[in-house]
Ligand binder design. Sequence first.
Ligand SMILES: O=C(O)CCC(=O)C(=O)O
Ligand SMILES: [Fe+2]
Length: 248
Amino acid sequence: MTELAARVYERGYCVIEAAYSAQECAEIEEILVDAWRRDGRDTMGGVFGSVFHPLLKYAPDMAPFYDRPDIVSVIGEVLQDDVCLAHSGALLADETRQFCGWHVHLNGDRYNEWYPKPDDYGSQVERVLGNVYVHGSNETTGELLVYPRAVTDAWDAPRDDLSAEWDGQEVLTCPPGSIVIFDTALWHAARPPSRACRRFLWGAHYSRRSDPVHHREDNWHDSPEMQAHRATHPTFAALTEEPPAKFR
Ligand SMILES: O=C(O)CCC(=O)C(=O)O
Ligand SMILES: [Fe+2]
């Protein structure tokens, strides 16, 4: 296993710094702002910012940016399977965004809980998020906070207060265009921006092709535009072709 994939087993996450170039980030920013305007939204504040789920419905032109064999191969190593794109999303925020409280993305029928708990969880990373920080994670944008965990560690919240910073947290900084790949069991939060800025992130949940279980955050989306992107972007096609029955 490469060092990046091993990090996800040991710490719950890994970072590929500046995986997207400044030019790509500028294009991405334009596509996302366009989607935000088209949808008639007027704020980028709140706890998460302006949320786009599924992103591929609001901004089909983001599809080519998922077409990254280098990134998908790291995720495939983590999941030890072929990779499915199970959920596309984006969060568009500005300096009015607030502290984003601690949470996980484990499956289950209640937010932030994983009830009923699957018996077999704990030896393999079953599903990851891949978040691209278009404007980076830094003091201006408000850093991503993570509570590192090994895959064999307990899932339970290590602290009670989900709206405060935690002892033992890690403050994650990364340059614009970086992707953070993390286990759905990783507790994470984010600081509010400290000055005027945009804080955009977009990405996906990636699941194992052989995983038969539907996840509450799955948001499979298909359209003629997706078909067209599949024809020209083979890695995106592999991520989205023949979705398991659970998505249909
Ligand atoms: O805003 C952040 O950095 C974290 C966002 C988040 O919680 C997520 O994408 O699941
Ligand atoms: Fe999250």
